[in-house]
Design a protein around this ligand. Structure first.
Ligand code: ARG
Length: 456
């Protein structure tokens, strides 16, 4: 097969060398974007009288046919032709003859590939934002069912203070909301056109970069042709936003895994998102949560991989940059898959309210209530803390909980204790009273859910 850049060569590489250098194995994912970019470019060439209207028409009709074929997986690609750009140009010329060779006037694969990736990521980020929305809706639905479900809140994975399960779920709603904001914000920078930068220096042809930018729906153009073909910071931004999202998801994974363990028994995942063991018949493993937790690794890997590829690269394009694609494609797939699984998993999980509530009763996570109680009566909080600490110790020695101690035991420790302490110790009241802004008090949780709904 004739190389499209073969003019100055007398020898040729062996097949296995061509294969090593080729990106067609993965960049065929960009076929549609490549054709879209080419159509805009051909229109512009005619508009600027660089090619004739008839030629542009032939090219565009040919490209449209290729688009159909690409959609139906009906195009043959060859590693001999290196990448998607040269493969498509080859097909176009096969289809319409030598006029096909005019398409590449005033263009380089360097601005072409950058354009393709901007178009690709723009569409993917839009889809990802939509999937985050879906997941957030699911979280709200579960939260609404569990406003008054009390569970232990933890610090250091030690029971700390009772909280509403809805409050815990909603914490993830807000993390996802910031993830979404990061994607939306990066959109401004994704939505710029590198097309027309040429190989690096622009072109002598009277092209109109604003025309192609507008045709492709870009908000503006890269102002510097070297910058346009050299940087991949828009992909880095996508990968770093995605890494943060995966970090968030992996924490929820971890909690889901803990909660569905025999030790916690706070939730039960639906059969649809769990698997059995080939040897232990009793097992129901939270595989999907584990897998997503694990997949955070490959997304971080793609981010670090691309940062490392770009580090120290001289301007402008270098072949190293062909390594920008697989991590991006893989991350898109990972993020979309993880978000879809999560929506289903959270929607269908069974919340075991009784276990959650009984674990709050059989522990000391209401100790802060007593310290607050004394502090309200004028005892400095530090002192109150000390007194309650002693009461906890007494309970541990007597093998009981705070609500089991008789009033006399309290009075002995401090005369300010009255019999309303038992109400204060009730975990339901403990949660309900935490009405500071953003707190776990039921009224605050409801207000929070209200705000969340408004946002969606
Ligand atoms: N396949 C190449 C890549 O993905 C396209 C750009 C090639 N440009 C070049 N000057 N060799 O990076």
């Amino acid at each position: 097969m004739k190389k499209l850049w073969g003019g100055r060569f007398t020898g040729s590489a062996e097949d296995w060398v061509d294969e090593f250098g080729a990106s067609i194995g993965f960049d065929q994912e960009l076929a549609e974007q490549d054709i879209e970019g080419s159509i805009a470019h051909a229109m512009m060439l005619a508009q600027s009288d660089i090619i004739s209207d008839r030629e542009a028409d032939e090219i565009i009709q040919g490209l449209k046919k290729l688009k159909e074929k690409a959609k139906n997986n009906d195009l043959e690609y060859s590693a001999k032709l290196e990448d998607i750009h040269l493969n498509l140009e080859h097909h176009l010329t096969e289809l319409i003859g030598p006029t096909g060779g005019k398409l590449h006037t005033a263009r380089s694969r360097n601005d072409q590939v950058a354009t393709d990736m901007h178009l690709y990521l723009r569409a993917q980020v839009e889809e990802i934002i939509e999937l985050i929305n879906e997941f957030q809706k699911t979280i709200i639905e579960q939260a609404e069912q569990n406003i008054e479900t009390i569970m232990p809140g933890y610090t250091h994975l030690q029971r700390a203070q009772p909280i509403s399960f809805a409050h815990h779920l909603m914490a993830y709603f807000w993390m996802l909301d910031r993830d979404k904001q990061r994607y939306s914000d990066s959109f401004k920078r994704i939505n710029l056109s590198p097309l027309g930068a040429g190989a690096l220096a622009g072109t002598t042809f009277p092209i109109d970069r604003y025309f192609t930018a507008q045709k492709l729906g870009f908000e503006g153009i890269y102002e510097n042709s070297l910058d346009a073909v050299s940087d991949r910071d828009f992909i880095l931004e996508f990968l770093s936003g995605s890494s943060i999202l995966m970090m968030h998801l992996s924490r929820l994974c971890e909690e889901i895994i803990l909660w569905s363990s025999q030790e916690f028994q706070f939730i039960e995942l639906s059969d649809a998102f769990t698997t059995g063991s080939s040897i232990m018949p009793q097992k129901k493993n939270p595989d999907m949560a584990e897998l997503i937790r694990g997949k955070a690794g490959r997304v971080y890997g793609s981010l670090i991989g691309l940062l490392t590829v770009l580090k120290g690269l001289p301007l402008a394009y270098n072949k190293d940059m062909q390594e920008d694609k697989e991590g991006m494609f893989d991350t898109v797939k990972t993020i979309k898959g993880s978000l879809k699984i999560f929506s289903g998993m959270i929607k269908t999980m069974k919340v075991k309210k009784e276990t959650m509530e009984s674990s709050v009763k059989n522990d000391f996570s209401n100790a802060t209530e007593l310290a607050d109680y004394l502090a309200t009566k004028g005892i400095p909080f530090r002192e109150a803390h000390e007194i309650v600490g002693k009461l906890v110790l007494e309970c541990i020695q007597k093998q009981c909980y705070l609500a089991d101690l008789p009033l006399e035991a309290y009075k002995e420790m401090n005369p300010l204790f009255e019999d309303d302490i038992y109400e204060a110790l009730n975990p339901y009241n403990a949660v309900g009273r935490r009405t500071s802004a953003g707190g776990t008090g039921f009224s605050q949780v409801k207000a929070q859910i209200g705000k969340a709904k408004e946002l969606l």
